[in-house]
Design a protein around this ligand. Structure first.
Ligand SMILES: *Cc1c(COP(=O)(O)O)cnc(C)c1O
Length: 414
């Protein structure tokens, strides 16, 4: 394998990606002016088009005041629907199954109001042992909300243990709620197989797609989970705290028996301003909306989703496999025999773009990568550094910088 810098530059010429559409932060150290940014799994970079389109929405507010609800160039009243088509295509869902609203953990709660319905023996929620803490707190608080003891209602398992548990104790499981791509290890679970296994034993199956959306192709309608939710500030590049997404499968839409929490955005658009005392929810996932959305926060999501729509997730995934494979090979060749372990599965079909490295003192390694080499990664205490080459804006040369910087820093910190 060609591990030279000129080899990396050549690969970039043949497979350039879309870096020129993004604001790349300056490097804080090292020999190159731009950061080699591998933290897009935590906060994606800003698409250049965001500023211009956000200013248009701000100008409409300045120019129109309240009349912008109908008169803005992108009217605020139906603004959320401008994001539905692109979001639905990105997650492989029908437009009626897809809505952009709230933030991720809020959406998980609103969806669990409908889909976590403990009854009799069937009370348990299965999550991953390495679930993201917000998800863990959310399911524990849901169990408590239903008067259950979270220590017995919430079952934490390794992903590999889930099929056996469903076989033996499936009749006690009310809900399976897993991360499509694990935030810590970068493992991509078999979403369709686990969905089918959970539903076969009578459980409801939901997915947290925070680390999957914009990272791997999704086919939610065909795979058939009951619900899913995701955030927009990681691979979707829509800005810190960006408005999140939610999916409810078609089979549940319009089901009046499902409990839902409502507000004025839960009622159908045509009669919303009749101001009637009783809602008329539409037979779409929009019935799960509660409040009118924050237009100025929706704007970057709209811009960013369009980028995915223009390029196509399949094309991005192909480039992602090439970039991450290249980084992996470089790490294997440049850092031989060092105390370094890759926690992420080695097979591209079992991971997204992220590689998680086990290192001595993750904080120190990550700090040196950034300040001595201009390489942005993120540290999960005590010993995991996550490096995510993002196919939209990362380059082969970034990967080359990362592998060489890791080799140097590991030598220093070990
Ligand atoms: C990033 C992330 C969250 C963050 O939750 P917010 O509600 O957006 O603050 C939750 N769950 C998972 C799995 C995540 O990766």
């Amino acid at each position: 394998m060609d591990t030279t810098e000129s080899g990396a530059r050549e690969l970039d010429q043949g497979d350039p990606g879309y870096r020129d559409r993004f604001a790349i932060p300056p490097a804080e150290g090292g020999a190159y002016p731009e950061a080699a940014y591998f933290a897009g799994n935590s906060l994606g970079l800003q698409p250049l088009a965001v500023r211009e389109e956000l200013l248009e929405d701000l100008d409409d507010w300045a120019r129109l005041g309240v009349e912008g609800h109908l008169g803005a160039r992108r009217p605020w009243l139906p603004y959320h629907s401008l994001l539905t088509g692109t979001a639905a295509r990105l997650v492989g869902a029908l437009p009626s199954e897809t809505v952009i609203m709230n933030s991720l953990t809020i959406n998980l709660h609103l969806l669990m109001v409908s889909f976590y319905r403990p009854e009799g023996e069937r009370t348990k929620i299965v999550i991953e042992d390495s679930a993201f803490p917000s998800d863990s707190y959310a399911v524990r608080s849901q169990a408590r909300f239903h008067g259950l003891d979270p220590d017995s209602a919430v079952v934490r398992l390794d992903a590999a243990e889930i099929p056996d548990f469903l076989d033996s104790e499936g009749n006690t499981v009310a809900l399976v709620l897993l991360g499509g791509v694990n935030y810590l290890t970068g493992e991509l679970l078999d979403i369709p197989a686990i969905t089918a296994a959970g539903q076969a034993v009578g459980a409801v199956v939901g997915w947290d797609l925070a680390h999957a959306v914009g990272n791997v192709p999704l086919r939610l309608h065909a795979w058939g989970p009951d619900f899913a939710a995701w955030c927009s500030y990681k691979y979707l590049n829509s800005g810190p705290g960006a408005v999140a997404g939610a999916f409810v499968h078609e089979r549940h839409l319009g089901d009046a028996r499902l409990p839902r929490f409502e507000g004025w955005w839960s009622t159908e658009e045509a009669t919303r301003f009749d101001m009637a005392p009783v809602s008329r929810p539409p037979s779409t996932v929009e019935a799960w909306q509660v409040s009118n959305p924050p237009i100025l926060a929706m704007s970057p999501v709209r811009t960013s989703l369009r980028i995915f729509d223009e390029i196509g997730m399949d094309k991005l995934r192909a480039r992602s496999i090439r970039l991450t494979g290249y980084l992996e090979k470089l790490l294997d060749e440049i850092v031989p025999g060092r105390p370094i372990t890759v926690l992420t599965p080695r097979e591209p079909e079992h991971r997204g773009c992220q590689l998680s490295l086990r290192v001595p003192d993750a904080d120190e390694v990550s700090r040196r990568l950034r300040f001595d080499h201009g390489v942005y990664t993120d540290a999960r205490k005590p010993d995991v550094v996550r490096i995510a080459p993002v196919p939209l804006y990362s380059t082969y040369h970034d990967c080359w910088r990362a592998a060489n910087a890791v080799a140097t820093v590991i030598g220093e910190v070990a």
